[in-house]
Design a protein around this ligand. Structure first.
Ligand code: HEC
Length: 198
């Protein structure tokens, strides 16, 4: 008898529970109850918030004058031939020999994407842009380019030279050294071909 009463009560409670689940709908637009919310919603300002901490009322402040962004030490050369020569004397490639195959491979990709349209696939200065009337660049196998120091080439790519525009915006600094390594490998091939070596 007692069992029956308990069962009935449990059954009624069960039905009530089911009914409550259906009646009390979850509102996905509001947050659940949060316990110790400080861990989730921190009290710091959003970056673009206004503030009265700084005189200009903005939270984001410009970098202090003279700040050097990590990985972007200043390139202290101006645009002129003497400066390009000075870069040739002073700048050295930061690439390490152990990665040279990867570097040359990457340099080749950069060359095809950025330099090839003007300098041509083989570096002879016969790219499609030159074929359509742009003053053709000299061959990268001419004596001048063969003898040009890596640092000067870096200056040429960074600042341009006469009719060649700067391509610094398209090519990162490391990729500039890689494309130089690629050109060097082409030149080396050319040299051994000229010398009749296989
Ligand atoms: C818009 C066409 C154009 C593009 C793109 C271009 N160059 Fe040039 N480049 C030239 C021209 C034109 C010259 C010759 C400038 C002059 O009269 O001194 C030149 C000159 C050079 C020289 C000097 C050659 C010498 O003997 O004086 C080098 C090195 C060079 N380019 C490398 C590159 C590399 C590497 C890239 C790609 C990262 C590149 N260039 C992209 C047009 C281009």
């Amino acid at each position: 008898m007692v069992n029956k009463i308990v069962n009935t009560i449990l059954f009624v409670l069960f039905i009530l529970l089911i009914a409550t689940i259906f009646l009390v709908r979850r509102d996905y637009a509001t947050r659940n109850i949060e316990i110790l919310p400080g861990m989730v919603a921190h009290t710091s300002y959003p970056s673009l918030a206004a503030t009265n901490v700084f005189p200009d009322g903005k939270l984001l402040q410009p970098p202090v004058e003279g700040t050097i962004a990590r990985g972007f030490p200043p390139i202290s050369y101006s645009v002129s031939e003497t400066e390009a020569k000075r870069a040739g004397e002073e700048l050295k490639s930061p690439l390490v020999a152990a990665d040279s195959l990867n570097d040359i491979q990457r340099g080749g990709k950069v060359y095809s994407a950025v330099c090839l349209p003007c300098h041509g696939a083989g570096g002879a200065g016969d790219g499609i842009v030159a074929q359509r009337g742009f003053p053709p660049p000299p061959s990268l196998f001419a004596e001048n380019a063969m003898k040009m120091k890596d640092g000067q080439m870096f200056h040429v790519i960074t600042f341009g030279q006469k009719n060649m525009p700067s391509v610094a915006a398209q090519v990162t600094r490391t990729d500039r050294w890689r494309v130089i390594a690629y050109i060097r490998s082409l030149q080396k091939q050319q040299r051994s071909l000229a010398a009749g070596q296989p």
